[in-house]
Design a protein around this ligand. Structure first.
Ligand code: FAD
Ligand code: NAP
Length: 297
């Protein structure tokens, strides 16, 4: 253990390359022995507090006044080099809560065991330590403003709330602007989330709502949201000229950057201007909040 703490290469070999957390490390290095010589309080004091996880709210406060929804992927991934399946701490906890709420007395998502009633039963019942953070990522205040949303995978989360809200506004007789959602996932049969709900919203919004889907693993070639954006270049450009808001949510590492680039290309081709000018227009849209992002990686 002393060597793990002082020799970087040894640390990489024993810990990082194996993707171990501290409990797994203690178990493995202990080889069945307990760490009784080291006070438990010392471990606890040395561990950082668990960090908050952020989730986009995926419901509309107009439709659900007293309840917020989140849309999350339960992380359980095989990482090359890891001797175990790496399981997301919070998403499996949320899954355990859901299982409990559905009547399972001993939830064990992916074989994990959570003390979901909290310290001294503080969270008994279905209680979660949660905090709602103010966000500027929201619908335009005027419902007649058109919107273009790009949200592959869990990036669709806030847009489910947006479309839910616009469907309710349309039902209430308000004039709702064009609402286009570009959604992408791997396979239609496996991860096309909210498939049935979109149909309900379509009924309420009629041709004001358009869902454009990109299934990346259903055909011989990858189809991504930005490819679909290109197919809809003319409509996208027309809506932007009518001051449509443009929203992107999801993966910051690649998708969001590529969507930005493609949008600049669309503007350039459609308006017959150089690509550099298209990029400047996108930059200006960002500065004026006409282009908004809610991204993570
Ligand atoms: C602004 C914002 C909005 C977000 N909105 C959403 C949303 O709407 N929906 C959503 O699903 N997510 C969203 N996220 C991501 C979310 O906050 C969490 O990061 C995600 O749910 C994973 O949390 P977790 O605790 O389950 O996983 P963690 O336990 O934090 O693990 C996450 C990943 O880290 C890696 N990892 C963990 N432990 C190890 C290890 N020992 N060794 C190597 N790798 C490891 C694995 O790849 C694992 O899958 C958002 C993030 C931000 C910043
Ligand atoms: N069946 C499963 O096991 C499964 C299903 C979904 C998600 N997950 C896991 O869940 C996590 C995140 O899931 P998620 O649903 O938010 O996202 P995701 O499924 O990883 O991605 C959503 C969609 O975006 C596509 N994509 C990948 N790179 C892109 C890019 N540069 N530009 C545009 N689109 C791109 C993906 O295609 P490609 O991935 O085909 O390239 C997929 O169609 C990941 O850890 C993932 O491994 C697992």
């Amino acid at each position: 253990m002393t060597k793990v703490g002082s020799d970087k290469d040894y640390f990489v070999e024993k810990v990082s390359s194996q993707h171990l957390n501290i409990a797994q490390l203690l178990e493995i290095l202990g080889k069945g022995e307990k760490w009784t010589a080291i006070p438990f309080s010392l471990w606890i004091e040395g561990i950082h507090k668990i960090q908050p996880r952020y989730y986009s709210i995926s419901s509309s406060s107009l439709v659900q006044k007293d309840r917020v929804s989140v849309t999350a992927i339960v992380e359980s991934v095989e990482i090359p080099g890891a001797p175990h399946v790496v399981k997301g701490v919070t998403t499996n906890y949320l899954l355990a809560l859901k299982q409990k709420q559905h009547g399972d007395p001993h939830p064990d998502p992916h074989g994990l065991d959570y003390a979901i009633t909290g310290p001294r039963n503080k969270y008994d019942g279905i209680h979660v330590p949660v905090h709602i953070r103010h966000s500027n990522f929201k619908l335009p205040s005027d419902p007649s403003t058109p919107i273009i949303m790009v949200g592959p995978g869990t990036g669709v989360a806030p847009f489910r709330g947006f479309v839910q809200e616009r469907a309710a506004q349309a039902k209430a007789g308000e004039n709702v602007g064009k609402t286009i959602l570009f959604f992408g996932c791997r396979k239609k049969m496996e991860d096309f989330i909210y498939e049935n709900e979109w149909e309900e919203y379509k009924e309420a919004l009629g041709d004001k709502f358009e869902l454009v889907v990109a299934f990346s693993r259903d055909g011989p070639q990858k189809v991504y949201v930005q490819h679909k954006l290109k197919e809809y270049a003319e409509e996208v450009n027309n809506l932007l000229q009518q001051k449509a808001f443009f929203y992107v949510c999801g993966d910051a590492a690649n998708m969001a950057r590529e969507v930005n680039t493609v949008l600049a290309q669309i503007i350039a081709t459609q308006r017959g201007i150089p690509e550099s000018k298209g990029e400047e227009i996108v930059k200006a849209m960002r500065a004026s909040n006409q282009y908004q992002e809610d991204v993570w990686s």
